[in-house]
Design a protein around this ligand. Structure first.
Ligand code: ADP
Ligand code: MN
Ligand code: MN
Ligand code: MN
Ligand code: MN
Length: 338
C-alpha cells in the first residue's frame, strides 16, 4: 500500500505570495521516515527563469491530511536553490535564525487571521451589483440574514483540528462574508507553519463548496472593514511583569521601527490602516490600553493583571507570518535583552 503526501510551498507571486501544492505518492516504508526533498518548475511560480527552472522543496512540517484522510499527509516545505541555499522567496529560513537567537526569552504568538469569502465576483452575502445593509449586526452574528458561509467555516475548523493545528477559535467578522480564525499561542515557527497550512486548508475546503477565500486587506472599498491579521505577542518576561509589556510596546515606536515594520506587514497596508474602521494611520505609531484605534493594544486584562501580552493590530490579512513574527521577536526581544 502506498500513501499520498501533498507537498505545499509558498511561491514568488508579487506583491503577495501564493500557496502552491502537488501530490507525491510514497511507498509504505516511507511512513514515519524522514520525508524526501522534491523539486518543481520555478519558472511557473515566479521563482526561476525558464533556462534554469529547477527549485528544491525541503519538508519542514507535516501533519495528517484531513481531506484525504487515512495515512495521507500534508507536507509544508521551504524552497531552496539547487545549491541548497535558501531561495530568495524563502522567508522561513531567516525566522529560524532569529527564533534561535532569542529562544531563551520564550516568545509566543497568537495570530488572528481575517479573510473574506467570494462567489461569482462578489463577497458572499453581497447582492449582485449592490450592497447589503450597512455594518453593525454581522460581527459574531447568527441567522441567515447576517451569516454567509458558516458551513464552509465549520468544515475548515474541523479540518484544522483533524490536522492537529494549533487553531484556537473562530468568529464572524464586521463585514458580511468576512470571518476570522485564530492560531496559537505557540512558538514563532509553529504559529507561522500552522497558519500557512490553515490558509491552504481554507482555500482547499472552500473549493469543495464552490467558494473562494481571499486575504485581500481591503476587499470592498468604502465604508466596509478591511481584513487584518492582529498579531498577539509575549515573552516570558512579558507574561511576568508590566514593565516588560511597556518595554515591548515602546520598542516598536523607536526611531525607524514603525516604518521598518509596517512596510513588511502586507501589500496594500495604506489602504487598510487609514485611521478609520478600528485602525491607526499606517504612518503614525501609538499604543494604548484597550484602544482598538491604536497601532498596538494592551488588552485591559493585561493592565489589570500587570502581565500578559500585546496585540500588534497593524499586520494585514495578507501578511507573511514568517516575516511579522521575525520582526516582532527581533525588535522586542532586543529591547528586552537590555
Ligand atoms: P480580539 O479579537 O479581542 O483581539 P482574539 O480572541 O481574537 O482577540 O485573539 C486573541 C489572541 O491572543 C489569541 O489568538 C490568543 O492565542 C492570543 N494570546 C493569548 N494570550 C497570549 C500570550 N500570552 N501571548 C501571545 N498571544 C496570546
Ligand atoms: Mn511536468
Ligand atoms: Mn479576534
Ligand atoms: Mn477580528
Ligand atoms: Mn484582535
Amino acid at each position: 500500500m502506498s500513501f499520498k503526501a501533498e507537498y505545499i510551498w509558498i511561491d514568488g507571486t508579487e506583491p503577495t505570495a501564493k500557496l502552491r501544492s502537488k501530490t507525491k505518492i510514497l511507498a509504505d516504508d516511507a511512513k514515519g521516515a524522514e520525508l524526501a526533498i522534491w523539486g518543481f518548475d520555478g519558472s511557473s511560480t515566479n521563482q526561476a527563469e525558464g533556462h534554469a527552472s529547477d527549485c528544491v522543496l525541503k519538508p519542514v512540517f507535516s501533519c495528517p491530511d484531513p481531506i484525504r484522510g487515512g495515512d495521507d499527509i500534508l507536507v509544508l516545505c521551504e524552497v531552496y536553490n539547487i545549491d541548497m541555499t535558501p531561495h530568495e522567496t524563502n522567508t522561513r529560513a531567516a525566522l529560524v535564525e532569529v527564533a534561535e537567537k532569542f529562544a531563551a526569552q520564550e516568545p509566543i504568538f497568537g495570530i488572528e487571521q481575517e479573510y473574506t469569502f467570494f462567489k461569482d465576483g462578489y463577497p458572499l452575502g453581497f447582492p449582485k451589483g449592490g450592497f447589503p445593509a450597512p455594518q453593525g449586526g454581522y460581527y459574531c452574528g447568527v441567522g441567515a440574514d447576517e451569516i454567509f458561509g458558516r458551513d464552509v467555516v465549520e468544515a475548515h475548523l474541523d479540518n484544522c483540528l483533524k490536522a492537529g493545528l494549533a487553531i484556537s477559535g473562530i468568529n464572524a467578522e464586521v463585514m458580511p462574508g468576512q470571518w476570522e480564525f485564530q492560531v496559537g499561542p505557540v512558538s514563532p515557527l509553529e504559529v507561522s507553519d500552522h497558519l500557512w497550512v490553515a490558509r491552504w486548508l481554507l482555500y482547499r475546503t472552500a473549493e469543495d463548496f464552490g467558494v473562494s477565500a481571499t486575504l485581500d486587506p481591503k476587499p470592498v472599498k468604502g465604508d466596509w472593514n478591511g481584513a487584518g491579521a492582529h498579531t498577539n505577542f509575549s515573552t516570558k518576561a512579558m507574561r511576568e511583569t508590566y514593565e516588560a509589556i511597556i518595554t515591548a510596546a515602546e520598542s516598536l515606536g523607536e526611531g525607524s521601527k514603525p516604518l521598518d515594520h509596517v512596510k513588511h506587514y502586507g501589500a496594500g497596508i495604506d489602504d487598510r490602516l487609514t485611521g478609520l474602521h478600528e485602525t491607526a494611520p499606517w504612518n503614525e505609531y501609538s499604543y494604548g490600553v484597550s484602544n482598538r484605534g491604536a497601532s498596538v493594544r494592551i488588552p485591559w486584562q493585561v493592565e489589570k493583571d500587570g502581565k500578559g501580552y500585546i496585540e500588534d493590530r497593524r499586520p494585514n490579512a495578507n501578511v507573511d507570518p514568517y516575516v511579522v513574527t521575525r520582526l516582532l521577536v527581533d525588535t522586542c526581544c532586543s529591547a528586552l535583552e537590555k
